[in-house]
Ligand binder design. Structure first.
Ligand code: HEM
Length: 156
């Protein structure tokens, strides 16, 4: 496959994985409820796994674009908007550790055929974290479109 076609595919997977990430966050947000039944708790665990894998793909394809398929790595590293974008991505990733660890803890009783104990307070906390993550994620493409056009770039 030619360099241009490969670059198009990497760009496509960057966009697609972002959509899957955002979609699974929305689903997770929708699924959260106190004392879920088995099916609901399993669905939450699965959407979080999909989200995690898609987030890794966003990061992997992003790094590939910086290194090989973009406008040259210094075009990005000399732009604070790029670092803001990466920083926001990592912040959202760090925020999602809390829900992820929570779901891993649910997977333990679920495998034994028991239901996790999910309080109203925990639900509210998870919903709040997911809201912040969704807003953060929605801002990232704006930073991307700005940096792709060289806004914020300074050669020194
Ligand atoms: C949720 C996270 C992310 C989202 C939503 C996102 C979104 C986007 C979008 C929409 C573009 C297209 C910009 C345009 O052509 O107008 C883009 C391009 C790009 N992204 Fe990301 N991105 C994310 C994370 C990352 C990360 C973590 C990196 C690097 C480590 C990265 C590196 C790049 C690069 C190098 C480009 C190419 C810019 C160009 O065409 O010159 N992205 N991203």
């Amino acid at each position: 496959m030619g360099q241009i076609a490969t670059s198009a595919l990497v760009a496509y997977f960057h966009d697609l994985s972002f959509m899957v990430c955002f979609g699974s966050l929305v689903m997770e947000r929708q699924l959260i409820r106190p004392n879920p039944n088995r099916q609901q708790a399993t669905a939450m665990v699965i959407t979080d796994i999909v989200y995690g894998l898609a987030a890794l793909l966003v990061l992997g394809t992003g790094v590939l674009r910086v290194l090989y398929f973009g406008q040259g790595s210094s075009f990005y590293t000399h732009n604070p908007i790029f670092w803001l974008k990466v920083g926001l991505f990592l912040t959202v990733g760090a925020l999602s550790l809390y829900p992820t660890i929570t779901y891993i803890l649910w997977a333990i009783p679920l495998r034994k055929g028991e239901l996790p104990q999910v309080s109203e307070v925990l639900c509210q906390r998870l919903s709040w974290i997911l809201n912040v993550e969704l807003v953060g994620f929605a801002l990232i493409p704006l930073l991307a479109t700005l940096m792709a056009r060289g806004i914020g770039f300074s050669p020194t």
